[in-house]
Design a protein. Structure first.
Length: 555
């Protein structure tokens, strides 16, 4: 086939999905000698990359490249999202697509002129035109991360696999090593999110639709405030309560839900409380009660039993897809960054949103100082006191709680000692990153916890006078949930691959599907539904069932 015709057909197959790459390729050079082309015994054209000394290195078997591709493909499981480092002659990509062993395919390569040469020599139309295929040439780290996060849906696609085309990778080791590092970091981030969704996806959904029914009323706006103190529930809080009492009139006191009972036991009333956990155990933090005049900031995905502790909850949206959808489609709620994974981080983000210029942190230990897990008065103390007996005294229950973590390590300094864990250290590192990107200066009260590395001053910003409030509902809560239920019912039945299915959805249907994916993750893991069609139908049934329970319940 004429080289020009090959080139144009390949670009035509690519243009609808990546017009920017097509534009770059259209001006690339196809005669720079990056590749030579050899013929295999089976008759296929094999690209051979020319190295720095002019030697041609075949990228595939010169005997039977299709059979070689099949053997490599057999090393991965079915229903995977596949990442290929190196395009080469496209044999592995074509074998994967033809066998329907992948739900999505990401091809990564470097050197625009080299790819242009390949496009001029070979026909890649069946690969480039497949809805499952994404081709990235000379990608930046941001482009790579965005592509993976946007295309890979672990709840539907299953696992993810990466295969290098070794002869090609060995010729550009630095570039492909950088790509692999970005890919691995992106996968780690997705894996962390997915693990959380597996445990909490169904709870987020069930809690949110119930809270929507209680989020219709008017709530007085709050803020702004300049000086905020945040109380966390680390053991150091026990020694810092006197300081809080002494300076009580100097700041707006924002209590994390875990620290609330400790404050109330010391006769300290906070100005507001924040809660983000979707688990019913959060209710224990409110067993001492919550004065009705103290605002409760709570995620839309929080347990309704927690929300019921206040007559006027101040709802906000965190990172859950369904709560974001509710805020965008029904009623605008304040968005608070909860990506730190703990309530102290969310409290700092809330203080920033309220316009705080200075934030004092109390009880933020991010460790177990002297082996103690929580401040006295927090929920765990009465919880264990009720469960202790002669065989399991209180001390053994606390010890078991601390030592259950496999990543436990002992840290000492001249004045004290503490146990640190990987999760708690991760929370601290995330707070440190947040502190470098907000306008408020954060000051940690002296205590016995892990050292928190914070900047001396906050990031420069314009003075904020924003008030925290929810927007006006576009309809009644019942009408919104009924409309949402109809949208789920009308969502097209699954067919083909995950990439193909999603590419055919209308934008509004993609939004609906996204709201269901965390629940789908829980269903896939816990109900032994593995194929994408099984998962989608199972999560559709679950969501419709939960919605029906709410819509038919008497009010």
């Amino acid at each position: 086939m004429d080289e020009r015709l090959n080139f144009e057909r390949n670009l035509l197959a690519l243009t609808s999905k990546n017009p920017d790459l097509c534009k770059k390729l259209s001006t690339a050079h196809t005669t720079t000698g990056k590749y030579r082309f050899l013929e295999s015994r089976k008759g296929g054209l094999i690209p051979a990359a020319v190295d720095s000394i002019g030697a041609a290195r075949p990228l595939h078997s010169l005997v039977d490249p299709e059979k070689e591709a099949g053997r490599i493909l057999d090393t991965i499981s079915t229903d995977n999202f596949l990442i290929l480092y190196g395009l080469g002659g496209g044999f592995l990509a074509k074998a994967a697509l033809d066998s329907n062993k992948v739900q999505g395919l990401l091809l990564i390569d470097y050197d625009l002129d080299g790819i242009a040469e390949l496009f001029a020599a070979k026909n890649y139309v069946s690969i480039l035109g497949d809805p499952r295929t994404i081709l990235l040439i000379d990608p930046t780290d941001t482009e790579l991360e965005t592509s993976i996060l946007g295309a890979y849906r672990p709840a539907l696609s299953g696992g993810i696999a990466a295969i290098p085309l070794r002869p090609r990778v060995e010729l550009s080791p630095k570039e492909f090593a950088s790509a692999a590092n970005t890919v691995n970091n992106s996968i780690d981030s997705l894996s962390d999110d997915y693990s959380v969704q597996v445990y909490f996806g169904k709870r987020w959904f069930a809690n949110t639709i119930r809270n929507v029914m209680d989020a219709e009323g008017a709530v007085a706006p709050l803020g702004p405030v300049k000086n905020v103190a945040i109380s966390a529930a680390g053991p150091s809080l026990d020694y810092q309560l006197e300081l809080i009492i002494k300076k009580r009139n100097d700041f707006f006191l924002l209590a994390t839900d875990t620290s609330l009972p400790s404050l109330l036991e010391a006769d300290i009333s906070p100005d507001a409380v924040i809660s983000i956990d979707c688990q019913h155990i959060s209710y224990y933090h409110f067993m001492r009660g919550l004065p009705p005049d103290i605002p409760l900031f709570t995620d839309l995905a929080s347990p309704p039993i927690v929300v019921s502790r206040t007559p006027t909850p101040h709802f906000f949206t965190g990172g859950h897809p369904f709560t974001v959808f509710v805020s965008r489609s029904w009623r605008t709620f304040p968005h608070i960054d909860t990506s730190g994974g703990n309530v102290t981080y969310a409290a700092v983000a809330l203080a920033e949103l309220m316009g705080a210029e200075k934030i004092d942190l109390f009880g933020a230990d991010f460790s177990y100082p002297r082996g103690e897990p929580y401040a006295r008065g927090s929920y765990i103390h009465p919880y264990f006191q009720r469960r202790q007996n002669r065989v399991q005294p209180l001390e053994s229950l606390f010890a078991a709680f601390v030592f259950r973590n496999e990543s436990l390590r002992l840290e000492r300094d001249p004045f004290t000692w503490r146990y640190e864990t990987k999760p708690l250290s991760g929370y601290r590192l995330k707070l440190e990153r947040l502190s470098r990107n907000i306008g408020a200066r954060i000051i940690v009260a002296p205590g016995h916890g892990s050292r928190i590395d914070l900047p001396a001053t906050g990031k420069c910003r314009a003075h904020s006078l924003s008030m925290l409030s929810a927007g006006k509902p576009h309809s009644s809560a019942r009408d919104f949930l009924r409309s949402y239920s109809i949208s789920i019912e009308k969502l097209p039945r699954f067919s083909g691959s995950v990439s193909t299915y999603i590419s055919r959805l209308k934008e509004e249907d993609k939004d609906i599907l996204t709201t269901m994916l965390p629940a789908a993750a829980a269903i896939r893991r816990r109900e032994n539904a593995f194929s994408p069609d099984e998962v989608l139908e199972a999560v559709r049934s679950y969501c419709l069932y939960e919605l029906e329970r709410i819509l038919t319940a008497p009010r």
